[in-house]
Design a protein around this ligand. Structure first.
Ligand code: HEM
Ligand code: HEM
Length: 351
């Protein structure tokens, strides 16, 4: 590969890894395995192409007298790539490391994001334009194909090899999450997106069903125990999953009671803290509003009196302390922002 093809190949891979990394946060259904395949194989490909690059620049890296004012960004990119690759492979091999209160996977997200920005800076300072001959040619094509095929093979072999050498990584789910507290009632980890920590809700809590409905509802928690049941896996982007038996009321049943109108194609689930998430109503009909887990009433940390159970969606979308279900004509573009500001509302802070 020419030097420029190597450098632009690195740019492509870092972009691909950042994009697929962000997509992993939304991938939880079995059909989403490809996101993890692209991300894992992309990581191994980055390692391979980087070794090419290092053969070229290493003599300069080790001689400070050859450095110029742009070298710092290249060196920072190099350290971040090493740390991000190590944290990714460490996580998927089963390393259970915590630093400053955050687990390895959270560090990996943060490192991957800073890495993308740093490589972007290095690119702006150093990049040379790509020419036709950097892309054309049988040799380049074969090399790129070999890297892609080899990287995919390493990703594919990783689980069987981990199982063979007895690494915990072989037991992770396709999302990279490790099992915790399945079928143990409330006894599974409780996490909240950012920092929501409301006070326990009183017995006067009511759930409203409003928006594009013929008969708005206002329900007591006891009215929500309709005996609908679901076994579903809560898979947290923090890196654990827990399979549980949930009980409550199916959203479709509530919508029928409220006389949902056809115009309400989007369903918003709003928490007491202001946190909210939105779904296509057709999908959400199969979700559950749960009041009990494993036969126990939900505990406060798990969203008492009522939380959303959304199979195939990641844990942060399983809204806790639900206060309102709203039917809307249009999707909720501001929902992602609510995930940040809900921790600063009076209710979110527990005031
Ligand atoms: C994984 C991402 C990357 C890493 C870890 C990396 C690392 C490095 C390092 C350590 C150096 C030597 C220090 C310096 O002179 O700055 C360097 C040089 C350089 N990099 Fe990168 N780089 C990456 C991506 C890129 C990209 C995306 C481009 C442009 C598209 C690029 C273009 C260059 C150029 C032109 C040089 C100097 C030329 C040379 O000495 O041959 N690099 N890089
Ligand atoms: C752009 C820089 C990034 C690089 C170089 C990178 C690289 C890697 C590597 C090498 C792995 C191990 C894959 C395997 O062993 O199968 C990995 C795993 C993972 N990465 Fe990244 N990553 C980056 C960014 C991100 C971001 C931004 C996110 C999420 C926001 C993310 C989410 C994940 C997840 C969930 C796993 C675990 C997948 C599994 O266990 O199979 N990554 N990453």
């Amino acid at each position: 590969m020419t030097s420029r093809a190597t450098d632009w190949g690195l740019a492509f891979l870092v972009g691909l890894l950042f994009a697929s990394g962000v997509l992993t946060l939304f991938a939880g259904a079995p059909g989403d395995v490809w996101v993890f395949a692209v991300h894992g194989a992309g990581g191994f490909a980055l390692g391979a192409v980087l070794s090419w690059k290092l053969r070229r620049v290493w003599p300069r890296v080790v001689r400070p007298e050859h450095w110029d004012r742009h070298t710092g960004a290249g060196l920072a990119a190099l350290s971040l790539v090493v740390a991000t690759l190590a944290s990714g492979v460490g996580w998927s091999s089963g390393a259970d490391v915590h630093a400053a209160g955050y687990g390895l996977l959270n560090w990996h997200f943060a490192l991957g994001t800073v890495l993308t920005l740093t490589v972007g800076t290095h690119l702006v300072l150093r990049a040379k334009p790509i020419r036709r001959r950097d892309l054309a040619g049988r040799r380049q094509f074969l090399q790129a194909g070999a890297v892609a095929a080899g990287a995919y093979a390493v990703w594919w072999a990783q689980r069987p090899v981990s199982a063979w050498v007895g690494l915990r990584g072989a037991k992770r789910r396709f999302t990279g999450s490790y099992e915790a507290g399945s079928f143990a009632g409330n006894d599974f980890p409780a996490t909240s997106w950012v920092a929501d920590h409301p006070r326990p809700l009183s017995a006067n809590h009511r759930l409203e069903v409003v928006g594009e409905v013929a008969r708005p509802l206002r329900l007591r928690p006891a009215d929500l125990d309709a005996g609908d049941e679901l076994v579903a896996t809560l898979d947290c982007t923090g890196g654990f999953y827990s399979r549980q038996h949930w009980r409550g009321v199916r959203i479709g049943r509530l919508l029928d009671r409220a006389g949902a109108k056809a115009a309400g194609r989007h369903l918003r689930v709003v928490s007491h803290t202001g946190y909210r998430w939105s779904f296509d109503t057709a999908d959400a009909r199969e979700f559950l509003l749960a009041v009990a887990v494993g036969g126990q009433p939900l505990s406060h940390e798990h969203g008492a009196p009522v939380r959303l159970v959304a199979p195939g969606r990641r844990g942060f979308q399983w809204v806790k302390w639900v206060e309102r279900i709203e039917l809307h004509e249009h999707p909720d573009d501001l929902a992602p922002a609510s995930t940040v500001w809900s921790s600063f509302t009076a209710a979110g802070r527990g005031a």
